[in-house]
Design a protein around this ligand. Structure first.
Ligand SMILES: [Zn+2]
Ligand SMILES: [Zn+2]
Length: 175
């Protein structure tokens, strides 16, 4: 499937946010681990209130991925989009001309929420809400976006895919 590069990367950011383990100082740690998404000079420290709002955004991304119908997806996606403040601007900061969704001087939380909401929405409206799913591996409930050509993805990662293949093989041998 042909993603526009920025949109596809932005949806990966959304997926990472939905899957990140939230303990202690997770929010600023997450921002720093994905600092390529923020305009240089953006302060990547979040207040406790902002960290809670980042968590709410993560929950909404997850809710969109878990939705079971198009109506449900639309409702949750629009809830997420209501948190976004899109203000597109063109940039070549990494050497390639592309668009960012949030204004460059927006606070970190606004850049995060806007990028995640816009990236996720773009993939859903262009490629269908069935492209989002939750991992089928036992004991894993991470969400993923399926970028495979034939929309055949079932696991969040290669690790979960091979873990499940091994488990299925053992179960067959036992049987
Ligand atoms: Zn960029
Ligand atoms: Zn998994």
């Amino acid at each position: 499937m042909d993603y526009d590069t920025y949109g596809s990367n932005a949806v990966e950011l959304a997926i990472h946010l939905a899957n990140v383990e939230r303990d202690g100082e997770w929010a600023p740690a997450f921002l720093r681990a994905h600092d390529e998404w923020f305009t240089p000079q953006t302060a990547l420290d979040l207040s406790p209130a902002e960290a809670r709002r980042a968590a709410a955004t993560a929950d909404l991304v997850r809710a969109v991925a878990l939705a079971g119908s198009q109506a449900e997806v639309l409702e949750r996606l629009n809830e997420l989009l209501a948190l976004a403040r899109p203000h597109p601007y063109a940039t070549d900061h990494d050497g390639e001309l592309h668009l960012h969704y949030a204004r460059p001087d927006a606070p970190a939380l606004e850049q995060l929420t806007t990028t995640v909401a816009m990236g996720l929405s773009q993939v859903v409206v262009q490629h269908g809400w069935q492209r989002l799913g939750v991992c089928s591996a036992e004991g894993c409930d991470d969400v993923y976006v399926d970028t495979s050509r034939n929309a055949s993805r079932r696991y969040c990662s290669n690790t979960c895919a091979s873990r499940s293949t091994v488990a299925a093989y053992r179960a067959r041998r036992k049987a």
